[in-house]
Write a protein that binds this ligand. Sequence first.
Ligand SMILES: *[C@@H]1O[C@H](CO)[C@@H](O)[C@H](O)[C@H]1NC(C)=O
Ligand SMILES: *[C@@H]1O[C@H](CO)[C@@H](O)[C@H](O)[C@H]1NC(C)=O
Ligand SMILES: *[C@@H]1O[C@H](CO)[C@@H](O)[C@H](O)[C@H]1NC(C)=O
Ligand SMILES: *[C@@H]1O[C@H](CO)[C@@H](O)[C@H](O)[C@H]1NC(C)=O
Ligand SMILES: [Cu+2]
Length: 264
Amino acid sequence: MKSPAVILFASGLLSQANAHYTFGRLIFNNTWSKTWEYVREISPSTTITQPDIALLAPNTEPTSTDIRCGRNASASWSKPKTATIRAGDTVGFAAGEPRLAGADVARIYHPGFASAWLSHSPTDDLNAYTGDGDWFKIMSVTGRTEQSLDFSLPENKNLYNEYKAIWGTLNVQSWNFTIPKTTPPGKYLLRFEHIFPNPQDSQYYMTCAHVNIVNLNSAVGTPGPLVKIPGVYKRGQPDVYFDHYDLKFNISQFVAPSPVVWVG
Ligand SMILES: *[C@@H]1O[C@H](CO)[C@@H](O)[C@H](O)[C@H]1NC(C)=O
Ligand SMILES: *[C@@H]1O[C@H](CO)[C@@H](O)[C@H](O)[C@H]1NC(C)=O
Ligand SMILES: *[C@@H]1O[C@H](CO)[C@@H](O)[C@H](O)[C@H]1NC(C)=O
Ligand SMILES: *[C@@H]1O[C@H](CO)[C@@H](O)[C@H](O)[C@H]1NC(C)=O
Ligand SMILES: [Cu+2]
């Protein structure tokens, strides 16, 4: 019997170890922004020599501040622009550029689940906000949705993998979602996260965009539940640290880790 790991290596475009990504591009107003235009730039890992892999390498320590906006991005040293977005609008994040050397386009190469989050800045200066305040979740995706890749299309056939394709974000280049209609107006960090679950070192990928949310709707809600990041995940928690290469794994029974989504 072939082990699942063998099958993964055989079918992937990139080897497992190199299949990393980051979310440098905010999508809003139906437009893909440039990399790091609206998103805080992350720093390369200091323990990896190859530059593309160093930059894209995942975070694996759930108690590190790097889990908030990416490596070295709690302080806004790249000072991105702020995107003005209306509550109720659709926005998204794209997996790069940059991308790994040799990759055709940047994709979410790993199986796993994604989410989006907001944290209100206490002042109007987003560059001064480290993200140490409260966060609430506004989107969660686990299984396949209408945004997932259609693996029956000829151009997507080699991106299919029996063990991974149950996850909705597998090999997509971007993911879109809605800012809840009743989001209170203000300056926020908008965080996108993808988690590649593993029994030992689950991989956390995340970045933060600077957004100014305008709310022209009559109703304004009270977002929650509120959490801190780091603090929201613990090493070993069963809904983040598990083996997903099991054909008996039933994704329709998988519940994404807390907190639940605030729908507005
Ligand atoms: C939104 O897109 C339209 C057309 O695509 C463009 O004319 C407009 O300037 C854009 N607005 C912003 C804020 O980027
Ligand atoms: C997200 O929206 C952008 C622009 O509106 C689009 O180009 C992209 O294909 C969408 N992503 C998915 C996964 O549907
Ligand atoms: C890390 O962030 C600091 C600001 O907090 C910045 O000055 C420095 O250039 C960053 N390091 C790297 C390697 O980019
Ligand atoms: C997976 O879970 C769903 C929802 O509980 C259930 O309807 C379905 O029968 C399960 N599939 C298998 C193969 O067990
Ligand atoms: Cu990876």
